[in-house]
Design a protein around this ligand. Structure first.
Ligand code: ARG
Length: 572
């Protein structure tokens, strides 16, 4: 059981004994050290419901509270808060267990079959900064859930089936390049640009492009061959980006829009059979009562256009159906820009009505805000163009390289490069993952690369500090008992004991910043401990115990950063 669960259970039992069995205990880590380690805030609510005096109820709860061996002091504060001070011996035992266990002592969860769908770029163009957030947030969530013991399926729902492929094909045929054997990504980029120009300037070209889409979707071999080539080149590029980003998406996780092509007519039939489909101006539409237009009419979601074409939503319905029928998932998480929230809300609603997903299969749109430039507008190049993701990442490494070279000019070149990659990419990822995903944020190189504050370099540096203790220490006893006497030791150990609760809260609401903030807290508490409690200069049991606390700190930082997809280094 996690620490929070344990305390909650005990306080809950005491509330029941005091006559308030239904009141929630409301346990939180204490907001200030003088309030102990945890506070139970549920008594006031319970007293209100029972129409009794909160302080008296608190006294009864405390009298019934069994925290023997766990807490050494329990006090009532203010109108009826209960402050719980954990016993140092108890924290020491928990820390020892965490240190010996490969997973830091976490209890495996009841495994759920969870899909994390993320990144999902539209192919035929290079990935741009707009793909950053989904890729890194999704990857962190997948890692955390996997670590907790869930059965995680990663999915990259790439856009590989739209108009862009018709355009490309039409352009290649028009310029007699459709036989070209070795198309490269740079070709694809310029083809795409040229094709777009042609598409916009010529009605006739646009018709041909649309016709190619129809042929593609109808299974025309020639068009399919070209398409497969475009897709392959684009995916190779995505894979290079994922590799650089340390994002765990591989080819086997790709299941693009195209793979649901054959299901689309079936979706239409099933929606019709369920009585959900209406005709509106030649298109087939599902009207949703719970979504209203500006004129307060039920909103229509187009499933099949007048010309027979299917839409983004239709494909998503096909994907949900597949994820239930074939994969039998318990939970599907869509890590997609918050601007698509209406799409997902409507799509989920249709799924429930049509029975594509049973109520037991959770469908969650995990949205996120916009990454902005210093000017407070969506991040763009100086000339207002979209920034290619690979270029942004290269710049991150270059900037980190310059910093490292300045701080440590004598390091061998290869080592500087390695540090630059870990710090540069780590900084970009952490700047994102340390903020509530729903808020917009300003992308700023100087803040994210700073060695002070809540940044990746600060945490990576904190980790190297821990490691340097072990490089200097001779004779480390990996089995030494932990003995906690100093406040700085206790605060560090108490925070280290919250790792599992932190991960559970990340997985629950899909908020990676809980983990980032937790790691920052650990690094800060370690730094205080390091200043207040000499490690190598102390002796005997004290030294051995402090080394153990340092070891657990290192292990927690490394594991936590790894779950965020951020690399650590032994030296910097
Ligand atoms: N390819 C889409 C885009 O670039 C994102 C796909 C999100 N996933 C989904 N199942 N709709 O906007």
């Amino acid at each position: 059981m996690t620490l929070l669960q344990l305390i909650n259970q005990r306080v809950q039992a005491a509330l029941a004994a005091a006559g308030a069995p239904d009141a929630p205990a409301v346990i939180q880590p204490a907001s200030k050290p003088e309030f102990g380690d945890y506070q139970a805030n549920g008594v006031m609510g319970a007293a209100k419901a029972l129409k009794t005096n909160p302080r008296e109820l608190a006294q009864k709860v405390v009298a019934a509270l069994d925290l023997q061996g766990i807490a050494d002091k329990v006090e009532i504060a203010g109108p009826g808060f209960i402050n719980i001070h954990l016993a140092p011996e108890y924290l020491a035992r928990r820390s020892e267990i965490a240190l010996k266990n490969a997973k830091l002592g976490i209890t495996p969860v009841e495994p759920q079959h969870v899909m994390v769908e993320y990144s999902s770029p539209n192919l035929a163009k290079e990935m741009h900064v707009g793909h950053l957030r989904s890729s890194i947030i999704g990857d962190a969530l997948a890692r955390v859930m996997e670590f907790l013991g869930h059965d995680v399926v990663r999915a990259n729902h790439v856009g590989d089936w739209g108009t862009q492929f018709g355009m490309l094909t039409a352009y290649l045929v028009e310029t007699s390049q459709d036989g070209k054997a070795d198309i490269e990504l740079s070709d694809l980029e310029s083809f795409y640009r040229n094709a777009k120009v042609r598409f916009d300037e010529s009605e006739e070209f646009a018709d041909r492009a649309r016709d190619y889409v129809v042929r593609l979707q109808g299974g025309d071999e020639e068009v399919l061959k070209l398409w497969a080539q475009f897709v392959d080149i684009s995916l190779k590029h995505c894979e290079a980006v994922y590799q650089k980003l340390n994002v765990g998406l591989k080819r086997e996780h790709v299941r693009g829009e195209s793979s649901y092509n054959d299901d689309l007519p079936v979706i239409v039939e099933e929606l019709r059979a369920a009585g959900l489909l209406s005709e509106s101006e030649g298109a087939e539409v599902v009207f949703l009562e719970e979504f209203r237009t500006q004129d307060d009419e039920p909103m229509g979601v187009i499933i099949r256009k007048k010309d027979g074409g299917f839409l983004y939503t239709t494909t998503d319905l096909g994907a949900v159906r597949y994820r239930h029928k074939v994969l039998n998932l318990d939970r599907v998480i869509y890590v997609v820009d918050a601007r698509q929230s209406q799409h997902f809300a409507q799509m989920f609603s249709i799924c429930r009505k049509a029975g594509f997903a049973p109520e037991s299969m959770l469908l969650e749109h995990i949205g996120f805000g916009v990454m902005m430039g210093d000017d407070g507008k969506p991040f763009k190049t100086r000339s207002g163009g979209t920034v290619k993701l690979i270029e942004l990442l290269d710049e991150a490494e270059e900037r980190a390289y310059a910093l490292v070279s300045e701080k440590n000019p004598d390091l061998p070149e290869a080592e500087k490069r390695e540090i630059a990659a870990a710090v540069g990419i780590g900084a970009v990822k952490y700047a994102d993952l340390s903020k509530n995903r729903m808020s917009d944020y300003i992308f700023n190189w100087d803040t994210m690369l700073a060695f002070e504050g809540n940044t990746a370099p600060y945490l990576q540096y904190a980790y190297t500090r821990v490691q340097s203790v072990f490089r200097k220490a001779e004779n480390v006893d990996a089995n030494a008992p932990i003995v906690i006497t100093e406040p700085a030791e206790k605060q560090l150990a108490a925070a280290l004991s919250q790792f599992e609760d932190t991960l559970l809260s990340v997985a629950d609401g899909c908020y990676p910043h809980y983990l980032s903030n937790y790691l920052y807290q650990i690094a800060t508490l370690f730094s205080r401990f390091y200043e207040a409690c000499p490690i190598l200069k102390s002796e005997g049991e004290v030294r051995a115990s402090r080394l153990q606390l340092a070891a657990l700190t290192g292990k927690t930082l490394r594991t936590g950063l790894d779950l965020l997809g951020i690399k650590v280094l032994e030296t910097m």
